[in-house]
Design a protein around this ligand. Structure first.
Ligand code: PAF
Length: 285
């Protein structure tokens, strides 16, 4: 497995891999963008990429521009050697792990903004977050030139932003969305779960309980978004360490609130559990 540190090296890797099968063979390049601290959720993305692509790169870059000034950039978990071992075990061919200076050269003043969508859901409580995500993902796509890029549904709002960016810029990369991977008790896997104390970890199950409860209510025919969102809030109210940021039913493409929940509607929640902000969601069936 190759470790690539610069955009030029990553671009070279991608171009050489694409041409490695000769002109007749389709040599799909897959990219799994990550911020490291890889877990079973990331492993499932790498496996999905491996299944569909001839060549798979995993990027590991803790992107400073998607963290607010009082967020956890400095203490975000970093475990490069373990990440490389996991990625290699799942069949990745290359790791792209640039420095901050490589991704943001001194004086960098160019950013990608997905207007409107970037101030919905997480964008409302984390101003600038999606601008940072769109910018870094555009840079990763320029470096790796992927045909397919793999993201988890857990970051459902991020997926909407990136799909819009790809469509607007007519980028030649398809966004592939993979299912949320959960702990046996339902908690969605997240690199931030390591921050939780034992009490917080117990109460964090409220997020997936709310998701399951809303799925069940919708399956029984409840369509009113206000009723569904209130039911979720009731679940959080029983957990003193949990403070809801949002619990909303929105159109997955536009992130705008829906008037009536329907198949394909995104129910998304974000909550602070102690000082850790967690998210979860479901696409109603
Ligand atoms: O989902 C993530 O881990 C990050 O937001 C991403 C897409 C790697 C961009 O930094």
């Amino acid at each position: 497995m190759e470790i690539l540190r610069t955009v030029a090296d990553c671009l070279r890797w991608s171009r050489s891999r694409r041409s490695s099968g000769g002109e007749e063979t389709s040599q799909l390049i897959g990219l799994v963008p990550t911020m490291g601290a890889l877990h079973a959720g990331h492993a499932s993305l790498i496996r999905a990429a491996r299944a569909r692509c001839a060549h798979v790169a995993v990027s590991i870059f803790v992107n400073p521009t998607q963290f607010g000034p009082n967020e956890d950039y400095a203490r975000y978990p970093r475990s490069f050697d373990a990440d490389c071992a996991l990625a290699q075990g799942e069949g990745a061919d290359a790791i792209f792990a640039p420095s901050v200076e490589e991704m943001y050269p001194p004086g960098a003043a160019t950013f990608v903004e997905v207007e409107g969508l970037d101030s919905r859901l997480d964008g409302a409580s984390r101003p600038g977050h999606f601008r940072g995500v769109a910018t870094v993902v555009a840079k990763l796509f320029i470096a790796a030139q992927p045909d397919l890029a793999f993201f988890g549904q857990k970051d459902a709002a991020q997926v909407s932003i990136l799909r819009r960016m790809v469509a607007d810029l007519r980028l030649p990369t398809e966004i592939i969305v993979c299912p949320i991977i959960r702990e046996p008790d339902g908690l969605a896997l997240s690199s931030r779960n390591v921050y939780l104390s034992a009490d917080e970890r117990r109460q964090a199950r409220a997020l997936s309980r709310a998701v399951r409860w809303i799925e069940a209510m919708a399956a029984k025919g409840e369509r009113n978004p206000a009723v569904l969102a209130e039911a979720a809030r009731q679940i959080f109210a029983a957990e003193p360490l949990v403070r809801v940021d949002y619990a909303e039913l929105v159109d997955w493409a536009t992130l705008e609130p829906v008037e009536s929940a329907a198949p394909g509607t995104l129910f998304a929640v974000a909550a602070w559990v102690g000082t850790t902000r967690l998210i979860d969601n479901t696409i109603l069936g």
